[in-house]
Design a protein around this ligand. Structure first.
Ligand SMILES: Nc1ncnc2c1ncn2[C@@H]1O[C@H](COP(=O)(O)OP(=O)(O)O)[C@@H](O)[C@H]1O
Ligand SMILES: [Mg+2]
Length: 224
């Protein structure tokens, strides 16, 4: 696929022909310098941005051919997205933020909060459930954003720098959690990261460079 930003003479190509498959049961890491197009690629996969050319197929569905409301429904039912900027709702507590995807699906409040609480608890956030985002540290906000992505049990999980604000130990534990999700036979996980400490969790490591896939490395290998 290709993707540019801007118009006419100032048009800047950002994705210059990316062709990528993610298998079910796979954890794919997407790495590369800042500005190489990683976030743009995730956003196109999620149907948040449209590509100029090319298609995105997830679970047999061509995302770019769906109408706006079909896309929203597809995202709601099948995708989890951890944004680089967390996009937490400032007036909702941690547990309420994490429960949003379930509430949107019509899950009763008590049940939605119970599930959100369980996931936050598994991330060491059990003591911060009632805190508003403004009262949380960066790492805590990041964990709420991750809990929100996981709570709906998505088949494809898209994660943009999920460990950027976490200490080594917490980051390791959370990526282990993301990895365990991706290894289920009907799931897939894509993680954008700079964090070389988590490379061991990838089945494949896709190196992006200037809008292209530069190299694909099998997990556990030393970088070439
Ligand atoms: N909405 C936008 N409008 C214009 N340029 C953008 C926009 N989003 C990203 N870009 C540009 O596209 C390039 C790739 O950005 P991005 O996908 O965020 O890279 P990465 O996530 O790898 O750091 C950068 O040069 C960035 O400035
Ligand atoms: Mg980015």
């Amino acid at each position: 696929m290709t993707k540019s930003f801007g118009e006419g003479d100032t048009r800047i190509p950002v994705l210059k022909g990316v062709d990528l498959d993610v298998a079910l049961g796979e954890v794919l890491l997407l790495v590369g310098p800042s500005g190489s197009g990683k976030t743009t690629l995730l956003s196109v996969i999620a149907g948040i941005l449209e590509s100029d050319e090319g298609e995105v197929k997830i679970l047999g569905e061509s995302i770019l051919e769906l109408s706006g409301s079909e896309k929203t429904r597809f995202r709601r039912d099948h995708l989890g997205f951890i944004f680089q900027q967390y996009h937490l709702l400032p007036t909702l507590t941690a547990v309420e933020n994490a429960a949003v995807p379930l509430l949107i699906r019509g899950v009763p409040k008590q049940e939605a909060f119970a599930q959100a609480e369980a996931i936050l608890g598994s991330m060491g956030m059990g003591g911060r459930l009632a805190a508003l985002p403004s009262r949380l540290s960066g790492g805590e906000q990041q964990r709420v954003a991750i809990a929100r992505a996981l709570v709906g049990d998505p088949q494809l999980l898209l994660c943009d720098e999920p460990t950027a604000n976490l200490d080594g130990e917490t980051g390791h534990r959370i990526v282990q959690q993301l990895h365990d999700i991706g290894k289920q036979p009907d799931r897939g996980v894509i993680i954008v990261t700079h964090d070389t400490r988590i490379f061991e969790f990838g089945d494949r490591i896709v190196h992006m460079e200037d809008g292209r896939v530069d190299q694909i490395q099998q997990g556990q290998e030393e970088p070439v």
